[in-house]
Design a protein. Structure first.
Length: 192
């Protein structure tokens, strides 16, 4: 796994040695950040279900001003900490880049983030085990909107297993859905 673009391009990330984690593929990250190229610079980027931290680190590499990672798994968080410690400047951790060990939906009930401050959100929950299964993405998107942290006209990216129903939530307008092998990516714009 490597950073695909920006100032950290080509830098190698620590990846899991088992199946407990499914990192976003390099090609999918490259496609998503191509979609976000015009809005990533100076953005506050929230990486929900952060895993290894690769998506947030990609955002940092491409010019995001701050990164927030939310991850529940201690094993994943350890990988994330290692990757961030290896690639970020020492003064970034704890200041412009923060990690939270928490369940995403619980975290969204009381996020320690200023209202209206998040410009881009990336959601990549564990894939459902069967095609067409419900990954609760619509409920998570609704919780995200209800949290009040989205900036006006912010962007939300939802990564899912291909064949999973495209999510929807009040306050988010679907811009596009693309498929990359077994992965589906939906891009939304916040109406608020």
């Amino acid at each position: 796994m490597r950073i695909a673009g920006g100032t950290l391009r080509g830098r190698i990330l620590n990846a899991p040695v088992s199946d407990f984690l499914r990192p976003t593929q390099d090609a999918v990250r490259e496609a998503v950040f191509s979609m976000l190229a015009a809005v990533i610079r100076d953005a506050c980027f929230l990486d929900l279900y952060a895993g290894t931290g690769a998506v947030g680190l990609e955002a940092w590499s491409r010019g995001a001003r701050s990164i927030l990672w939310v991850e529940q798994s201690p094993r994943s968080l350890k990988l994330l900490e290692g990757n961030a410690g290896k690639l970020l400047p020492p003064d970034a951790l704890g200041n412009s880049c923060r990690m939270f060990r928490a369940d995403v939906r619980e975290w969204l009930k009381h996020p320690p983030v200023a209202p209206g401050s998040v410009d881009i959100v990336y959601l990549d929950p564990p894939y459902v085990t069967q095609q067409g299964g419900d990954d609760q993405m619509s409920a998570t998107l609704a919780a995200l909107v209800a949290s009040g942290i989205l900036a006006p006209r912010s962007f939300v990216v939802a990564e899912q297993r291909d064949g999973t129903p495209v999510p929807a939530a009040e306050g988010l307008g679907l811009i596009l859905t693309r498929r990359y092998g077994r992965t589906a990516v939906s891009l939304f714009r916040h109406d608020g």
